[in-house]
Write a protein that binds this ligand. Sequence first.
Ligand code: CMP
Length: 138
Amino acid sequence: AGNLTLTMIKPTAFNKNYTGAILKMINEAGFTIKAMKLTQLTPQQAGTFYAVHKGKPFYDSLVSFMSSGPLVAVLLEKENAVEEFRNFIGATNPEKAEEGTIRKLYGTSLQQNAVHGSDSDENAKVEAEFFFSKLERF
Ligand code: CMP
């Protein structure tokens, strides 16, 4: 039992075949997979997912990147999942992320920072429903 958070293994990390290593780290850190899929977002879908960032200078580029190739969406459960996962993956900018974190190990830029993590319980719920129907959640 616990709370939910939503992660995406971003297109660059997926294309570099980091998915297995990243999922292994996530499982070993005590997060339980509740739903998972490999998919590619249209620009419109990526825009909807990141709607909270609309108007920011990096929005258009982020939407373009996140719709540029397949990504792995994963719904995770753990006590205090949102905060725990954000601490676990490291700072948004891989250059500033702690040694040994997913973003430090597998991220290459602020945008291509290997994985997404929900920033609140509220957004985790919205993001979970964006990717997964009830039949796809376990
Ligand atoms: P993510 O956790 O997917 O949530 C929003 C994303 O926007 C973030 O990771 C970064 O990839 C990206 N992002 C956030 N801030 C900036 C920024 N200042 N410049 C470029 N991209 C950013």
